[in-house]
Design a protein around this ligand. Structure first.
Ligand SMILES: [Zn+2]
Length: 427
């Protein structure tokens, strides 16, 4: 039970908290996007931020009524406040590859730099931007803050990665839909027809499965024909290096199948050619692999025989904040989930705060934890093993799209995805 002082403090905080109301988008924001390019540097133990650029972009595609992130997922959060009144105007949560790298062995001895980009609607007056990182205890701690005056800062309107964009399926205004954008990676100029076909095939994969299938009208889908000099992608373990538009590679953190790009700035430059809320990087390769970081991007091979499963799985990470439910494959991480805190992902629990997770979906007859027996195959429960470890982390179903390539999303993952769809869309 909460101590009475804490209850009083909570009430006070609720009163002091002044989120921008639904009607107020036009009061606080103009058309366009303020984009901050950032550099993270650090080691396993420490990190710091620096601004590397401020840009004005054309397309803000997010909701104009749901400006405050309601989920509190992710390893990071940023907030935008009106500098004069301290009113909270906008917030967004996300993950970064920097944070993943911090859990690798390399980070214990080496300092590295990664780039990141944050974007929010163009403010009418000075704003305070605060960036929060989640600490060991799972709480967001402010690590960087800066006041920005839209009247007086130099913003770079230029984009050196200008490409043609294509509407694949438009179901409404950008602010009322999940704007999903495919960008081409490792497609040479003469392969753009293939990219468009590959994008359409990937769209077919995502919307062949629930909950996307019955919510297709909540999405707009576009593609940017971002041309690469070379065809394919880097495969460092085989000495293969290609000159491609967003610099993707296999062998991220030493794991062959883990394909990512550390060049998020170029990803955002390519994406800024049109509207987007979510980025899918389609890589012109048939080699098995991919990756997905919450509210950053998903990436995968276009032509592998299990591309369908990978495309849907990685989109579960990047769009839904879903964690991997598997625990039996090699990963690069050390202690990725702290067993002493409840993970933020909606589909894993350490049972420290199960009430905040899917307890309402577990029937009273189902034991907690639930044994992995055949009779529970279709039962939402609490199964030990998930998040890369076999002990101490629990998942909602014996099998799920976030566990193996042959399953579909479990009811818990499906509910989280539907909540996310509703956050972005008018459905
Ligand atoms: Zn699941």
């Amino acid at each position: 039970m909460k101590h009475p002082v804490y209850i009083l403090m909570s009430l006070f905080l609720l009163c002091a908290f002044q989120p921008a109301s639904a009607q107020s988008f036009n009061q606080w924001f103009d058309e366009g996007v303020m984009r901050l390019d950032l550099i993270f540097t650090g080691t396993a133990e420490e990190s710091s931020y620096a601004i590397s650029g401020v840009k004005k972009e054309q397309f803000f595609s997010g909701s104009r009524t749901s400006l405050i992130d309601p989920f509190d997922y992710g390893d990071h959060k940023f907030q935008v406040k009106d500098a004069e009144s301290d009113t909270l105007l906008f917030s967004h949560t996300y993950c970064t590859l920097f944070r993943e790298w911090q859990t690798t062995s390399e980070a214990e001895t080496l300092t590295r730099a990664f780039n990141h980009v944050i974007r929010f609607p163009w403010p009418k007056a000075s704003v305070v931007v605060e960036i929060y990182d989640r600490n060991e205890a799972g709480d967001f701690i402010c690590h960087w803050s800066e006041t920005l005056n839209p009247e007086s800062i130099f913003t770079d309107p230029g984009n050196h990665l200008v490409f043609e964009s294509l509407d694949l399926e438009i179901n409404g205004a950008p602010e009322d839909k999940v704007d999903l954008l495919f960008i081409a990676e490792g497609y040479a100029a003469n392969e753009m027809d293939k990219f468009v076909e590959d994008s359409k095939r990937s769209v077919g994969y995502i919307f062949s499965e629930e909950p996307f299938k019955s919510h297709r009208k909540a999405f707009n889908i576009r593609a940017v024909k971002s041309v690469s000099e070379d065809s394919g992608t880097d495969i460092p373990g085989q000495g293969i290096w290609k000159n491609t538009v967003v610099n993707s590679n296999f062998y991220t953190f030493g794991i062959e199948r883990y394909m990512t790009t550390l060049d998020y700035k170029s990803v955002c430059d390519v994406a800024s050619n049109t509207h987007y809320d979510q980025i899918y990087i389609l890589v012109n390769t048939d080699k098995y692999g991919g990756g997905g970081m919450y509210n950053m991007y998903a990436i995968s091979a276009a032509d592998n025989e299990v591309s369908r499963a990978v495309v849907i799985h990685e989109f579960g990470h990047s769009f839904g904040g879903l964690a991997d439910e598997y625990f039996n494959s090699a990963v690069a991480y050390n202690d990725f989930f702290n067993l002493e805190v409840e993970p933020w992902n909606p589909n894993l629990t350490t049972l420290l705060d199960f009430d905040s997770k899917w307890k309402d979906m577990v029937s009273e007859e189902t034991p907690i934890p639930t044994p992995s027996e055949d009779k529970y195959q279709e039962t939402v429960g609490v199964y030990e093993g998930g998040g890369y470890v076999s002990k101490g982390v629990f998942r909602p179903m014996i099998d799920c799209r976030m566990h193996t390539n042959d399953a579909v999303f479990c009811p818990v993952c499906s509910r989280a995805l539907k909540q996310m769809i509703r956050h972005y869309s008018d459905l």
